[in-house]
Design a protein around this ligand. Sequence first.
Ligand code: NAP
Length: 313
Amino acid sequence: MPHSNGRQTATRWHILGAGSMGILWAARLARAGLPVTLILRNQVRLHAYEAAQGLTLVEGEQSRRLNVTAQLPEADEPIQRLLVTCKAYDAEQAVAHVAHRLSPNADVILLQNGLGSQQAITARVPHARCIFASSTEGAYRDGDWRVVFAGHGHTWLGDISADEAPQWLEELQRSGITHEWSPTILSRLWRKLALNCAINPLTVLHNCRNGGLHAHSDEVNTLCVELCALLEQCGQPDAAVDLAAEVNRVIHATANNYSSMYQDVTQGRRTEISYLLGYACEAARQQQLAVPHLQALHQRLTDYLKRHGLPCN
Ligand code: NAP
C-alpha cells in the first residue's frame, strides 16, 4: 500500500529477517515515519509478533516500542523495496519465498556478511536490482522482537552492475542510518571477508578474545600473506593493500571483544563459515591458487564445529 507522508508517497520497506539487523533497521525507518512491513517466516512467528504488539529498540537507557506491520511470505502485496537481513545461510531460500512478489524494477538490499549469498540471490532474482551492503553497526537481541543497538557504525551500499545511487538513500539519512554509496562495494566485502578470515576462526580455535591473537601473530601474518595473494588473484588488489597491518590494528583496537564467530559458537548458534573462510577456500580452488594455511584453518574449524555439534556449512 502506498503511504503518504503529506508531501509525497513513500515506497514501503519490506524487511525479510526480523532479527538483530532487521529490527534495528525497521525501528529506525518506522521512527522516521516511513512505511515498514516485516516478513516473518511462518504463522507461529506472526502470532508471536502480534502478541508482543510491536518491536522494541533499546538504545542506551532508552527503549522505544514501535508498531510495525508484519505479514507472511505468502501475502500478495507486491514488493518494491526488500531489505534482506537473514543470516547468509538462510538468505537465498528466504528470498525465493517472496521472489514472485517482487515488482519488475524492485530494489533488493542484501545485508549479509561474507560473500556468496549475494551472488546466489542476484542470480535468482534477475528482474530486480540487487544492492550489496556492508555494515559495521552492531546489534543483538535481548528478547523476542527486542533489539539492543550495541555499536554505532557505518553502512556502505553499492551495486556491482550500476554506478547510480538510488534516490531512497535520503530515507536512510532521515532515519539516522549512517551510510555511504560505494562504487567499490565488492572490494569492501572482500576486505571485510579477509579481515574476518584472519581473525575470527583463530579466536574460536584458541578460545580467546581478539586480543588473545597477539600471542599468535605468526599464524595471523601467515594467513594474511595467503589472503593477499587470493585477493590479487581474484581481481581485488585494492582489498589486499596493507591487509596485515589492518588486521593487527583491529586485533589491538578490539582486544577486549569476542569475535562474532566466537559468540556464535559459544552460544551454540550456526556460524557463517561457508560464506567467509569456506568462500575464500573455494575461490582459491577455482583460481588454482595454493592456500595451504587457509585450507588447514578451514579443516580445523570444521572439525571443531563438528566436535561441538554445530553445522559446519
Ligand atoms: P539474526 O539476529 O539471526 O536474524 C536473522 C533473522 O532472519 C531471524 O530473525 C530469522 O528468523 C530470520 N529468518 C531466517 N530465515 C527466514 C525466512 N525463511 N523467512 C523469514 N525470516 C527468516 O541475524 P543478524 O545478527 O541480524 O545478522 C543478519 C546478517 O547481518 C548476518 O549476515 C550478519 O553477519 C550480518 N551482520 C550482523 C551484525 C550484528 O551486529 N548483528 C552486524 C553486521 C552484520 P527467526 O527469528 O524466526 O529465527
